[in-house]
Design a protein around this ligand. Structure first.
Ligand SMILES: NC(=O)c1ccc[n+]([C@@H]2O[C@H](COP(=O)([O-])OP(=O)(O)OC[C@H]3O[C@@H](n4cnc5c(N)ncnc54)[C@H](O)[C@@H]3O)[C@@H](O)[C@H]2O)c1
Ligand SMILES: [Fe+2]
Length: 383
C-alpha cells in the first residue's frame, strides 16, 4: 500500500499571488529572507492582499541562506508574541524551511530540536496555525514537500526535518516571484529540481503518481531552464520552471531520493558550493552507476528523443553546459588536497545518509568513493 501527500490547495500561474485574498484567517506572520521580496514589492503586495482578506499581518525578516537553529528560535519567540493563525513562508526555500521549523515549535513549545529531527515523529500540527508557502526560487519544491532543512551552525551539520505534518496547507506557485533570480541561482536551483525528478523516478518508494510528475517535470526543465537562464524576464519559461520545481517536490516528497543527494549533503557540508550545482555535477555519473539496476532512466531518454540511460547522462551534461555549469568539482575550484583529506569521511557519511536507503543500487564504500572521485575529476564512471 502506498500513499501520496501534497498540499491541500495549490494556486499556480503568473499573478496567482492574488489568490491570497481567498485565504481565511485573522492574523498572519510572514517569514521572509534578506531583501529580494521587499525590493521587488512582493512583501508589500502580500501584506496588502492579506488586508483585503481581512487578515492583519506582522513580518519576521532576515532569514539567512541555510537557516540556523538560532534563527528558527528567534522566529518562534516572535510567533509566540504575535499569536498568528496563519504562517506564511515567502521567498527562497531557506525562508520557507525556517518558517516550517518555527511552526513546529510554535505548536509544541516543549519540543526540542533533537526530538523533531527524528524522521516522521512530529506530532499533529494545525492546532494553532496553518501554513502557506510562496516560493521565489524554482528548485527545492519546498512548497509541496514534507522536508525542511535547518543547519546546526555549531556542529556544521545540515539537518532535514522530515514529516508529512510539515507539508504546507496552501502553496502559491507564481512565476512572477522568480523573475528577479540571478542567472546563476536560476541554473543551480533548476538543476536541483531536475535531480529531484531523476532520483524520485528510480527511488524505492516511486509510484505511478510520482513517476508522472517526475517525467512531466523533466520535459519542462529541458525546454525551459535554458530560456529562463538566458532571459529572466521570459515569464512563460519562469512559470514553467516554477511548476516543474513544484512537480519535482511532489514527486520526491513521496518517492524519496537517492545517492545524488547523499553525496551532495556531504560535499555541501564540507565545501562552499550551492546544493543544486553539486547535484548537477553528480547526476550523470550516478545515473551511470545506477543504470545496472533500473531501466526507468530510459523513460526520460525517450522524452528527450533519445534511448539509453547513457544518452540521458549525456543530455544532462549538455544542459549543464548550456546554463554555465562546469564539468567537475575540480573545475569548480575545490582544492584536490582538501578533497582527498575529506574523502573517506564524506564517503562514509554518504553511506549513512538516509537517501542511500532509497537509492536503486546499494553501493559498497569503495564504489561510493569511486563515484565521488569520478565527479571530482570529471571522468565517466565505468564498472
Ligand atoms: N525543503 C526541502 O524540500 C529542501 C530540499 C532540498 C534542499 N533544501 C534546502 O533549501 C535551501 C536552499 O534553498 P534555495 O535553493 O531556494 O535558496 P535560498 O532560499 O537560500 O536562496 C538563494 C539566494 O537567492 C536569493 N533569492 C531567492 N529568491 C530570489 C529572487 N526571486 N530574486 C532574487 N534573489 C532571490 C536569496 O536571497 C539567497 O541569497 C538549502 O538550505 C537546502 O539545503 C530544502
Ligand atoms: Fe535537492
Amino acid at each position: 500500500m502506498s500513499s501520496f501527500i501534497v498540499p491541500r490547495h495549490t494556486f499556480h500561474g503568473p499573478g496567482s499571488l492574488e489568490n491570497l485574498k481567498e485565504v481565511s484567517g485573522k492574523k498572519a506572520v510572514i517569514i521572509t529572507g534578506g531583501s529580494s521580496m521587499k525590493r521587488e514589492g512582493f512583501l508589500d503586495k502580500t501584506i496588502n492582499l492579506l488586508k483585503e482578506a481581512g487578515i492583519e499581518s506582522a513580518v519576521f525578516e532576515g532569514v539567512e541562506s541555510d537557516p540556523s537553529v538560532e534563527t528558527v528560535m528567534r522566529g518562534v519567540k516572535f510567533l509566540r508574541q504575535e499569536k498568528p493563525d496563519l504562517i506564511i513562508g515567502l521567498g527562497g526555500c531557506s525562508a520557507i524551511d525556517a518558517g516550517k521549523a518555527m511552526w513546529v515549535f510554535y505548536e509544541y513549545p516543549e519540543a526540542t530540536f533533537e526530538q523533531i529531527i527524528v524522521p516522521f515523529t512530529i506530532k499533529p500540527l494545525r492546532n494553532k496555525a496553518r501554513f502557506v508557502a510562496i516560493p521565489s526560487t524554482s528548485g527545492t519544491g519546498t512548497e509541496a514537500t514534507c522536508v525542511a532543512v535547518i543547519t546546526d551552525t555549531a556542529k556544521g551539520i545540515k539537518y532535514p526535518l522530515v514529516s508529512y505534518e510539515i507539508c504546507p496547507d496552501i502553496a502559491i506557485v507564481d512565476g512572477e516571484l522568480a523573475r528577479s533570480m540571478p542567472a546563476n541561482v536560476t541554473a543551480n536551483t533548476g538543476m536541483d529540481a531536475l535531480s529531484h525528478d531523476v532520483e524520485a523516478l528510480v527511488a524505492a518508494l516511486a509510484s505511478p503518481y510520482t513517476d508522472m510528475l517526475a517525467i512531466g517535470s523533466v520535459r519542462k526543465i529541458f525546454e525551459n531552464l535554458p530560456r529562463a537562464y538566458k532571459n529572466g524576464n521570459d515569464i512563460e519559461a519562469r512559470q514553467a520552471m516554477h511548476d516543474a520545481s513544484c512537480f519535482a517536490g511532489m514527486a520526491f516528497s513521496n518517492a524519496i531520493l537517492g545517492i545524488v543527494h547523499s553525496i551532495a549533503h556531504q560535499i555541501g557540508g564540507m565545501f562552499d558550493i550551492p546544493h543544486g550545482r553539486a547535484n548537477a555535477l553528480l547526476m550523470p555519473n550516478v545515473i551511470r552507476f545506477n543504470s545496472r539496476e533500473t531501466t526507468k532512466y530510459e523513460l526520460l531518454s525517450e522524452i528527450l528523443g533519445k534511448e539509453s540511460s547513457e544518452d540521458l547522462a549525456r543530455e544532462i551534461e549538455k544542459l549543464r553546459e548550456l546554463v554555465g555549469i562546469e564539468n567537475s568539482f575540480r573545475e569548480y575550484g575545490i582544492d584536490p588536497n582538501e578533497w582527498e583529506t575529506k574523502l573517506d569521511d564524506m564517503a562514509q557519511n554518504a553511506m549513512n545518509d538516509p537517501c542511500t536507503g532509497t537509492n536503486p543500487r546499494k553501493p559498497t564504500l569503495d564504489e561510493m568513493k569511486k563515484v565521488f572521485m569520478c565527479c571530482f575529476e570529471g571522468s565517466v564512471f565505468t564498472e
